[in-house]
Design a protein around this ligand. Structure first.
Ligand code: ADP
Length: 427
């Protein structure tokens, strides 16, 4: 592997994929790793995105994991570090965005420019914009967007300068939209003025992609940038890279096709329905049958063995909210989740053992469980299927590992015909 342009640290798995997808679209060849990699990526890449699970763990652990990721990325020559968090700035006064950002700055402070960084979760394509330092989701302030009720990171203050200041030791400032509108020179001048005033981290306004493209050149040479996945669109050009289909090229697909769906989100519900209505072969998993100890995994794989031809087959636990609530009431929320994720992960393993080389997984947690069961540790990122969901290419673990095309879909992502569209793209 040659020297990395960009080394990225993402605080969760689907967020990492979202960032990787944006970088690929802007012209970078990207590998995403699950945790800090044990080995060097085999593919030639411009950026590595290390997916951590550090969003809601204690701040000290998030710092330790992020610093370990930083060490690995610097060892591989990363010219710039990108700390990626959620575009709704998911955090609490205890962290983890502030503590991780400051720990990364401390570690980079010997570099020229390493005493200052930016923070902007703006992602206009997804309706996340920042104006006067206030974060909007669509046309609502963050604090009225539903995020005020998030079970782990309730966001009750839309003023990001205040939110980040509460979790930081150093001073937080703002580069407002009027400065951003003037372009890279003005933004850089503002950075210098803020640093001279003792500011360590600046929230940057951005209300559309043009703002992010003006911000991009101003970030050239900063050892650290932080934000959602939006600022990714302005960075590859700093390394002389332009959008190109070559960045997302994956080896040709072959083998059988399958879908494993464990998401009960509305979009997945519609996708399962569309697939079944179009005559697709589908097998439903019943949580109560698993809880009763019935051999559900064996039954699903026996059903799969009876499928012939090259049409994709779907195994799903996707259900309506009342049915999910019944399962959760009877089995417990966490137990129901773990039980079903475990069964679907073994089914994913089983179908790959039976020759599936093109696999779609619906559901963030479900995808995590499947990737772990398959022993996948690195994903080469390919073309986007729908916003936020690319095809990936990965080797399964252990002796006799095989190469598989994987699409890991966060529950609420994708159009209704996502499954058919995904396979069409590979043929
Ligand atoms: P999403 O991305 O839509 O949130 P996830 O896979 O992250 O999807 O989460 C869905 C959770 O719901 C998983 O833990 C899964 O095991 C669980 N689950 C799936 N089907 C059912 C069901 N029929 N009843 C109860 N829980 C379910």
């Amino acid at each position: 592997m040659t020297r990395l342009h960009l080394g990225c640290i993402a605080d969760d798995f689907t967020g990492a994929t979202d960032l990787a997808n944006n970088l690929v679209r802007a012209g970078m060849r990207v590998v995403q790793t699950i945790g800090v990699p044990a080995e060097t990526p085999t593919a030639e890449v411009d950026a590595v995105v290390i997916a951590l699970k550090s969003r809601t763990i204690p701040a000290s652990e998030a710092v330790a994991q992020s610093l370990a990721a930083l060490t690995w990325l610097r060892r591989h020559g990363a010219r710039q570090i990108y700390f990626k968090y959620c575009s709704t700035f998911d955090s609490t006064p205890a962290g983890n965005i502030g503590p991780v950002t400051e720990a990364l700055l401390d570690a980079l402070h010997d570099h020229p420019g390493g005493r200052f960084t930016i923070a902007t979760p703006a992602f206009p394509d997804n309706g996340r914009t920042v104006f006067h330092g206030h974060l909007f989701v669509g046309d609502r302030l963050l604090s009225e967007s539903g995020m005020q009720n998030h079970p782990l990171t309730p966001m009750r203050d839309p003023d990001l300068v205040r939110v980040l200041q509460a979790q930081s030791r150093g001073q937080v400032g703002l580069v407002d939209y009027r400065v951003v509108a003037q372009g890279p020179e003005a933004i850089r001048a503002r950075f210098a003025a803020l640093q001279a005033a003792g500011i360590r981290v600046a929230i940057v306004d951005a209300i559309d992609n043009e703002d992010l493209l003006r911000l991009g050149p101003a970030l050239a040479g900063l050892p650290l940038v932080t934000g959602g996945s939006g600022i990714a669109i302005g960075l590859p050009a700093n390394f002389g890279l332009a959008p190109s289909p070559a960045a997302s090229a994956l080896p040709a697909a072959s083998g059988r096709r399958a879908i494993v769906a464990g998401s009960c989100s509305r979009a997945t519900g519609r996708q399962v329905q569309a697939f079944v209505q179009a005559g697709g072969a589908a097998f439903r998993i019943d949580p109560f049958a698993i809880a009763k100890g019935e051999r559900v995994v064996d039954a699903a794989l026996a059903w799969y063995d009876r499928q012939t031809g090259s049409e994709p087959a779907l195994v799903y636990s996707t259900a309506e909210p009342d049915s999910v609530a019944r399962a959760q009431a009877q089995l417990g929320v966490a137990a129901a989740g773990t039980l079903i994720e475990g069964a679907l992960a073994r089914i994913a393993q089983g179908v790959v053992a039976r020759g599936v080389r093109q696999l779609v997984v619906a559901g963030g947690e479900t995808a995590g469980a499947c990737v772990q069961a398959l022993g996948v540790t690195q994903l080469q990122i390919g073309p986007q299927i729908d916003p936020g969901v690319p095809w990936c290419y990965a080797r399964t673990g252990g002796e006799g590992g095989v190469y598989v095309h994987l699409a890991l879909k966060s529950g609420n992502f994708g159009a209704d015909d996502f499954f058919a569209k995904a396979f069409r793209m590979l043929s």
